[in-house]
Ligand binder design. Structure first.
Ligand code: PRP
Ligand code: ADE
Length: 174
């Protein structure tokens, strides 16, 4: 039987020379792959209270929407700066070159809500750390952070675990 990793395509030299881009669109496009990924992302949290799923732009929206539907809970997007129409709170984080900002609507999460944070891929952990900070500034309690792919050599998992977050990833690429 195919594993989640088997459905992920690698594109060489995208978006820059030397990068092996792990492309989850081939996983999402396959009905068995999509179901396998969503089921496995949720495996560790069966029986736990989750009030909302938070998805990180952009591929975290695809996963987060499917999880929200599966659990019959709400979905909250964390977006890049300037995309959300209502009042927001913001967090800046470092990229390889320069900085970026992520935002969430300031009324999207209520204090004490149990939150699952999801994205397709964990590299440095900078995006997830900034997203987690936004959730916590609104009083949300992070149950876990779930990813399809972990790139362990880049160190994001250790960074987030050192901050006390529970990390779940379906596969790794060196
Ligand atoms: C990718 C990926 C994660 C993030 C991981 O998104 O989907 O969100 O990078 O990297 P990090 O762990 O080093 O923060 P990208 O920034 O390419 O944005 P996009 O999904 O909007 O294309
Ligand atoms: N984001 C950071 N590194 C990546 C990679 N190798 N593939 C896909 N997305 C990424």
């Amino acid at each position: 039987m195919k594993t989640v990793k088997d459905y992920i395509r690698t594109i060489v030299d995208f978006p820059h020379e030397g990068i092996l881009f792990r492309d989850v669109t081939t996983l999402f496009a396959d009905p068995r792959g999509m179901r396998l990924a969503i089921d496995q992302l949720l495996d560790p949290y069966v029986g736990q209270r989750i009030d909302k799923v938070v998805g990180l732009e952009a591929r975290g929206f695809i996963i987060g929407g499917a999880i929200a539907h599966q659990l019959s809970i709400g979905f909250v997007p964390i977006r890049k700066k300037g995309k959300l129409p209502g009042a927001v709170i913001s967090e800046e984080y470092k990229l390889e070159y320069g900085e970026a900002v992520v935002e969430v609507h300031d009324d999207a999460i209520q204090p004490g809500e149990k939150i699952l944070v999801v994205d397709d891929l964990l590299a440095t952990g900078g995006t997830a750390e900034a997203g987690n900070k936004l959730v916590e500034r609104l009083g949300g309690e992070i149950v876990g952070c779930a990813f399809i792919i972990d790139l362990p050599d880049i160190g994001g998992r250790k960074r987030l675990e050192d901050l006390g977050y529970d990390i779940h990833a379906l596969c790794q690429f060196e």
